[in-house]
Design a protein around this ligand. Structure first.
Ligand code: SAH
Ligand code: TRP
Length: 331
C-alpha cells in the first residue's frame, strides 16, 4: 500500500507494480500465436494515451452508449441510492468516472457517501479523478485499486452496503465464459446488503452498432491501433502501426461487435519481449476486442447463471442501453 498523493483521504493500492510486464509478454505471446485468428488482450488499449482516446470516443456523435447510459444514471441515481442505501461505491473499470458522478452526487445528497473505490488497470485517469472527487466531496475517502479486475478483486477493502458498479458495457468485452466466471466471482464476494449496478449495451440496428465502433473521424481506429503501439513499447516489437487497418463488424450469431486489425502487407513482425516472430499475409487479421450486445432477458439469464438475482432493469428512451441492479441470490 502506498499513499502516493499528498491528500490523506486518498490511498492508491497498486497491484500492477512491475508485474504487468511479464504478464503482458505471456498474454501477447499466447494471443499472437493463436490460429486461425490471432488475438491481443483488450487491456492493452488503456495506457495513458489510450485512456485519453477512449474519453474522446465517449464524446463522439456515433458512440451512443455513453450518452444513453448517462441519461439512465442521471434519471435513476436517486432511486438507486434510496433503495440500496449504499455507503460506498466500488467501481470496476472506472476510467475517468464521468458517469459515476451522478451516483456520488446522489449518495452525498442522502448523507451516506463514505468511500469511493475505483478499480482500473490505467493509473492516470484514476489518480486524476481521485483528486478531483476529494475536492468536490469533503469527507469522501478514495481507496483506489490499480489492478486487473479479473485477478485483483481479492484486494478490495472490506466495506458495508457497497454498490458495485460495472459500467460502460465493459462486461460485453468479456467472452461469455469469462462473464459467468467474473460475475460468479463477484457474487461470492458480495454481502447480502451489497448490490451490483451493471451497464449492458443492447442489440439494435446493425448500422447504428457498427458506426459506434468505426467513427467518421477515425478516433476508434486510432484507439484500436494503440494496442500495437503498446506492444511496440512494452515488448520492443516492430509493428508498423499505419500498415494495420481498423475493422469493426457485428457478428449476428454471437451478438457481438468484433474489433480487428488487418495487415495490409506480407510482413514478419518481431516481438522480442515475447520471444516470437509473427508472420502476416496481407489480409490477415488480429482480433483485439469483442463488445457483446444483450437483450434484457439475456442480462437476467446471465446474472442468474452467476448466482445473482435481478432487482431492476432500466433502459434509456430509445432502448439502446440497459442498466440493471442485482443482488446475491438467496440460496
Ligand atoms: N467505466 C468507464 C470506462 C469504460 S472503458 C465508462 O463507462 O466510460 C473500460 C475501462 O476498463 C478502462 O478504463 C480500462 O482501463 C479498464 N479496464 C480494461 N480492462 C481491465 C482489466 N482487465 N482490469 C481493470 N480495468 C480494466
Ligand atoms: N467498453 C467499450 C465498448 O465495448 C469499449 C470500446 C468502445 C472499444 N469502443 C471501442 C473497444 C473500440 C475497442 C475498440 O463499447
Amino acid at each position: 500500500m502506498t499513499d502516493a498523493l499528498a491528500e490523506p483521504r486518498i490511498r492508491i493500492d497498486d497491484r500492477l507494480n512491475g508485474s504487468a510486464g511479464d504478464e503482458i509478454a505471456v498474454e501477447v505471446r499466447d494471443g499472437l500465436s493463436r490460429s486461425p485468428l490471432r488475438e491481443l488482450p483488450p487491456k492493452l488499449f488503456y495506457d495513458a494515451y489510450g485512456s485519453e482516446l477512449f474519453d474522446r470516443i465517449t464524446q463522439l456523435p456515433e458512440y451512443y452508449p455513453t450518452r444513453c447510459e448517462r441519461s439512465i444514471l442521471n434519471r435513476r441515481a436517486p432511486e438507486v441510492v434510496s433503495t440500496t442505501r449504499a455507503e460506498e461505491l466500488v467501481e470496476l473499470g472506472s476510467g475517468s468516472a464521468s458517469k459515476t458522478r451522478a451516483l456520488l452526487f446522489a449518495m452525498a445528497g442522502s448523507g451516506r457517501l463514505r468511500r469511493y473505490v475505483p478499480v482500473d488497470v490505467s493509473a492516470e485517469p484514476v489518480e486524476r479523478c481521485a483528486d478531483e472527487l476529494c475536492k468536490t466531496y469533503p469527507g469522501l475517502e478514495v481507496h483506489a485499486l490499480i489492478g486487473d479486475f479479473h485477478r485483483d478483486l481479492e484486494h478490495l477493502p472490506d466495506g458495508n452496503r457497497r454498490l458495485f458498479a460495472f459500467l460502460g458495457g465493459t462486461i460485453g468485452n468479456l467472452f461469455p465464459h469469462e462473464r459467468v466466471e467474473f460475475l460468479g466471482g463477484l457474487a461470492e464476494l458480495m454481502d447480502p446488503d451489497d448490490r451490483l449496478l451493471l451497464g449492458t449495451d443492447l442489440v439494435k440496428e446493425v448500422d447504428v452498432l457498427e458506426a459506434a465502433y468505426d467513427d467518421a473521424d477515425g478516433v476508434t481506429a486510432e484507439f484500436n491501433r494503440n494496442a500495437l503501439r503498446v506492444v511496440n513499447r512494452e515488448l520492443g516489437a516492430d509493428f508498423q502501426i499505419e500498415r494495420f487497418e481498423h475493422r469493426a463488424f457485428f457478428d449476428p450469431d454471437e451478438a457481438w461487435i468484433e474489433m480487428r486489425l488487418r495487415s495490409l502487407d506480407d510482413v514478419v513482425v518481431n516481438v522480442p519481449g515475447a520471444g516470437i516472430e509473427v508472420p502476416f499475409d496481407a489480409g490477415d487479421e488480429i482480433r483485439t476486442e469483442i463488445s457483446a450486445k444483450f437483450t434484457p432477458d439475456r442480462v437476467d439469464g446471465e446474472l442468474a447463471a452467476s448466482g445473482l438475482a435481478l432487482d431492476e432493469l432500466w433502459t434509456d428512451d430509445e432502448d439502446r442501453f440497459a442498466v440493471s441492479l442485482s443482488s446475491v441470490a438467496s440460496p
